[in-house]
Design a protein around this ligand. Structure first.
Ligand code: 0X9
Ligand code: ZN
Length: 413
């Protein structure tokens, strides 16, 4: 009976999903000239560049659709480009993930870090914390998403009447990067439910945490297309409707200048206008209201193990880049001491790629938040589909870095 129920649940979960049957992910360690050759495939149909290298020695991961594999493999052979297949069939790993999600018991009122939660579950957890810890926690709505999902921000403050320096954290601007909301949730969990051990992080610093900045995309990546990145608002084109804007190309600072597309069907579509996306306007409004107090902005993404600071729109550096760099190094040392791999540190443009309209650039460039970082968590062969069993080591290791960030804010503002 139980088996039939589970099979039915799984059947429903698998129905009408985007299929990645036969898609492979190849990992390269290209030389500069090989990279130039591979770059030509970047915008070709059937190719999805999951992770980009910038400096020699970094890896490049490309997902290739079944119909493009044969010609691509012979191109690689002709050019002596070696690679490893890190995922032989993306659909198989998606199915395994769906199976795990369907059978993992959801335990209300006790969060755990061995499973990924849905948006509703995350919202309920935040509300429960507000009820249980009224002296430390309050929850506010930033507004609703395009598809009417409530976007919650949790405020963690042990007092001070809103005059203390604050940290703004978000996760999940990119739908498929599930470890990002999980990281945000872990920070919340530690600051609130383990406050006795972490009271030094909240005794003179306030926290504003938005665990899911793209709730519609996040839900869509759970129900329909595991590799969805963008928001879900529809945009009419001459060939039909395409959905979604890359919310991290949509902020109003050097919008569309570089590394963004004006074609609505592209993964890095910047939107019809800056801040076209309601989810981004919701964050903008909240951050603007509190900008005097927010000293540090952390936006979580995956994957690649990078600690990035502005700018993403230019290779020039902000005047205080040495402070940003030195703090990132301290943060990295702490997470390495906790067992993590060393992260690559630098400005987005210089160590990753140029891409304007990101939330990190906006927070610093427009709102004047001094310390602004994009954190790209994890760099495993699993790509975006980090197995749930690896959530805990990932988030606990990086939490040691978060401690260093908090200490810096506490001591310097
Ligand atoms: O491209 C992005 O938006 C981020 N990488 S991801 O693979 N998670 O999509 C990096 C953003 C870095 N910041 C800026 N370019 N402003
Ligand atoms: Zn991302």
């Amino acid at each position: 009976m139980r088996l039939i129920f589970l099979a039915a649940l799984l059947g429903a979960a698998l129905a009408s999903r985007v299929s990645y049957e036969g898609y492979k992910v190849l990992r390269f360690n290209p030389t500069e000239s090989q990279l130039r050759l591979l770059e030509k495939y970047r915008n070709s149909p059937g190719f999805d560049f999951w992770k980009e290298p910038r400096k020699y020695g970094d890896n490049l991961d490309i997902m290739v659709s079944p119909d493009r594999q044969l010609p691509f493999l012979s191109f690689l052979k002709d050019n002596n480009i070696t690679f490893k297949v890190i995922n032989d069939n993306v659909q198989t790993s998606i199915d395994a993930e769906i199976r795990r999600q369907a059978v993992t018991p959801k335990t209300p009122r006790a969060v755990s870090f061995d499973q990924y939660y849905r948006h509703e579950e995350i919202n309920s957890y935040l509300q429960e914390l507000a009820e249980k810890y009224p002296d430390l926690v309050s929850v506010e709505s930033l507004g609703v998403s395009y598809e009417n999902r409530e976007m919650l921000v949790i405020k963690i403050s042990s007092g001070g009447g809103g005059h203390r320096p604050a940290v703004l954290v978000d996760g999940g601007i990119h739908a498929r990067e599930w470890i990002a909301p999980a990281m945000a949730l872990y920070i919340i969990n530690q600051l609130v439910e383990n406050n006795a051990a972490n009271s030094d992080l909240t005794d003179s610093v306030d926290w504003f945490i938005v665990p899911v900045l793209n709730p519609d995309g996040y839900e869509y990546s759970h129900t329909t297309d595991r590799l969805w990145r963008k928001s879900r608002s529809p945009i009419i084109t001459i060939t039909g409707v395409c959905r979604g804007v890359d919310q991290n190309r949509n902020f109003d600072f050097h919008w569309m200048e570089i590394g963004a597309s004006d074609y609505p069907c592209d993964e890095i579509y910047g939107g019809e206008e800056p801040l076209s996306e309601i989810e981004n306007r919701n964050l903008r409004d909240f951050a603007t209201l509190h900008k005097q107090h927010i000293k540090l902005y952390l936006t979580f993404h995956s994957y690649g193990e990078y600690l990035l600071y502005p700018w993403g729109y230019t290779s020039e550096l902000p005047s205080d880049w040495e402070t940003l760099h030195a703090l990132a190094e301290e943060v990295d040392a702490a997470q390495v001491a906790a067992g993590g791999n060393p992260f690559t540190i630098g400005s987005s443009t210089n160590v990753l790629y140029a891409a304007a309209g990101g939330s990190d650039d906006y927070m610093k460039g427009v709102l004047g938040i001094e310390l602004s970082y994009t954190v790209e968590l994890t760099n495993t062969r699993y790509g975006f589909q980090l197995p749930a069993s690896l959530i805990e080591p990932t988030v606990t290791q990086f939490f040691e870095g978060v401690r260093v960030f908090a200490k810096y804010v506490k001591e310097n503002f």
